[in-house]
Design a protein around this ligand. Structure first.
Ligand code: OGA
Ligand code: MN
Length: 266
């Protein structure tokens, strides 16, 4: 099966059209998708119509799935592998996680094995707002000023989840296990400090890196269309949700997420 690949920005991202991922994909098609994902970091599959099981089956082609700590409360009924990201409320309760990305982050970075990647499938979208930002952490590493590179070289950072009190330590600069490229792994949502540095010194260094990481040339803002399935590589991409309308009752945004398990960063 052949499909079309169109880059979405100079930072990262490509749109994939002419493929229906609900169907079983042969090995060569899968290999082409895998290669495109490593090259573009974020793939946007347009016009998909996926049942929860079809999303799970496609996600599992990339590896075993991971269960998010909130999944106990926020998973789709009958599908523990699907995390609901939604502004909807039913019977006075949130049906999923309202805001999964208040700050820049990569998913499950506080785990010993952070996620390889996540797939987010748009089911209902607001008429405006609710975009997702994606930042290329290879580019951020490559452009990091030499003094900052030296300051973090060989150092590890601490990560913590407020939702689950899980902690982990990972290299600030990690090497992608498939491409061999280096990227910046610390982020303002889940990183809490630098190992072996006092808090003020560590925070000052981290804040300089966070500021650097959000240079416009590293970022692509995705404006969702119904039927988009977006697959990002958590090992070299950070993301954030733009939820400025979160308190507006007309702001309905409803999505299903699957998460592919990753390796220990090095
Ligand atoms: C996520 C996440 C961002 C968004 O699902 O991991 O951060 O735009 N989502 O909903
Ligand atoms: Mn996320």
């Amino acid at each position: 099966m052949s499909f079309q690949i169109r880059p979405l920005s100079d930072a990262l991202g490509a749109e994939i059209t002419g493929i229906d991922v609900s169907r079983p994909l042969d090995e060569s098609t899968f290999a082409a998708i895998h290669e495109a994902h490593l090259a573009h970091l974020v793939l946007v599959f347009r016009d998909q119509q996926l049942t929860p099981q079809q999303q799970i089956d496609f996600s599992q082609r990339f590896g075993p799935l991971d269960v998010h700590p909130s999944q106990g409360k926020a998973h789709l009924e009958g599908y523990p592998d699907i995390l609901v990201i939604s502004t909807k409320r039913e019977n006075g309760r949130d049906v999923g996680i309202r805001n999964a990305g208040p700050k820049w982050h990569s998913d499950l970075a506080y785990r010993e094995r952070p996620a390889l990647g996540s797939m987010l499938y748009a089911l209902e979208l607001p008429d405006r707002g609710g975009d997702t930002g994606f930042a290329n952490m290879y580019k951020a590493y490559d452009a990091l000023p030499a003094d900052l590179k030296r300051a973090v070289d060989g150092k590890r950072a601490l990560f913590h989840s407020t939702r689950s009190s899980i902690d982990a330590r990972h290299p600030i600069i990690r090497t992608h296990p498939e491409t061999g490229q280096k990227s910046i792994f610390v982020n303002p949502q889940l990183t809490t400090g630098i190992e072996g540095m006092d808090a003020a010194e560590g925070d000052a260094l981290l804040n300089m890196i966070y500021f650097h990481n959000t240079r416009r040339t590293f970022i692509y803002w995705h404006q969702w269309k119904p039927g988009d399935l977006v697959f990002w590589d958590n090992r070299c991409v950070q993301h954030i949700a733009d939820h400025t309308r979160l308190d507006d009752p007309d702001y309905i945004r409803h999505m299903h997420r699957t998460t592919i398990a990753g390796d220990v960063p090095f």
